[in-house]
Design a binder for this molecule. Structure first.
Ligand code: IPE
Ligand code: IPE
Ligand code: MG
Length: 242
């Protein structure tokens, strides 16, 4: 299929899974799987630029991932820091702004510093938006939003009947971003694992058995082509039926 005929999703979100399995299959430590996964991030950022996907959100570390062994968490944070140092060149090349969602305050100081430097340096770019979900969990995000709305009501700045979907959305980490159109999950898992539960309400899902470190431009294109053939209803009827 020619890529020019693609109905391109505006926002793709990816649950990058299977780094550990990829490493185990090769007799390598799990951290090597995470390292190889960082290369896939580079490829996918490039592919978004190539295919005109404006928003890319990557689930890099979940709230629940803090429960992993300290050594693995440490390796992931180290890789994240390296990524933020080394990959900002691509963001400048493609004019992509970097954003982050999640409990950023829980990240180590060194990572937080690199993150804010990279976000500040790319804040003016508008060709694309790369959002890293870091220490992110939807339940924590929604709980935080509920708390923020309750505070406003308590302070008399908001009436309970003004708690609308839009008002709640403004309290989410993703405020101002379009909802994901397509959610990709690698390594053959078919679950959301606490990722963008509110935002992905009507997202199309695409899963692949490929582990994240093996995920290439071609797999990404395959997902886009599949998305392109889907008919979305949002609860209504498509044109042919109505
Ligand atoms: C995804 O790979 C990366 C993170 C969750 C940080 P995993 O580390 O979950 O890999 P598997 O699922 O154990 O193969
Ligand atoms: C989801 O993967 C989180 C990330 C990709 C960052 P997990 O490997 O943590 O998810 P579960 O535990 O298999 O649901
Ligand atoms: Mg996993």
């Amino acid at each position: 299929m020619a890529t020019t005929t693609l109905k391109t999703p505006r926002h793709v979100a990816i649950i990058m899974d299977g780094n550990g399995r990829w490493a185990r299959e090769r007799g390598l430590p799990r951290s090597e799987g995470h390292r190889a996964g960082a290369e896939s991030v580079r490829r996918v950022v490039e592919a978004c630029h190539e295919f005109g996907v404006k928003y890319l959100t990557l689930y890099a570390f979940s709230t629940e991932n803090w429960a992993r062994p300290v050594s693995e968490v440490r390796a992931l944070m180290r890789l994240l820091k390296d990524f933020l140092e080394e990959r900002t060149a691509d963001l400048h090349r493609y004019h992509i702004r970097l954003q982050a969602i999640g409990e950023i305050e829980r990240l180590p100081a060194g990572v937080r510093r690199k993150l804010s430097e990279a976000m500040a340096a790319t804040a003016a770019y508008r060709k694309g938006t790369l959002t890293l979900a870091l220490s992110y969990g939807s339940r924590a995000e929604l709980t935080r939003a509920a708390r923020c709305l309750a505070e406003r009501v308590r302070e008399g700045r908001l009436r309970p009947d003004q708690i609308t979907e839009a008002a709640l959305e403004r309290c989410l980490y993703t405020a101002g971003q379009p909802d994901p159109d397509l959610v990709i999950r690698t390594a053959n898992e078919r679950r959301l694992s606490n990722f963008l539960l509110w935002q992905a309400s009507y997202a199309e899902l695409w899963v692949t058995p490929v582990c994240w470190p093996d995920f290439t431009r071609e797999h990404f294109l395959e997902a886009l082509q599949d998305y392109s053939r889907r008919v979305r209803h949002f609860g209504g009827l498509d044109d042919a039926a109505s």
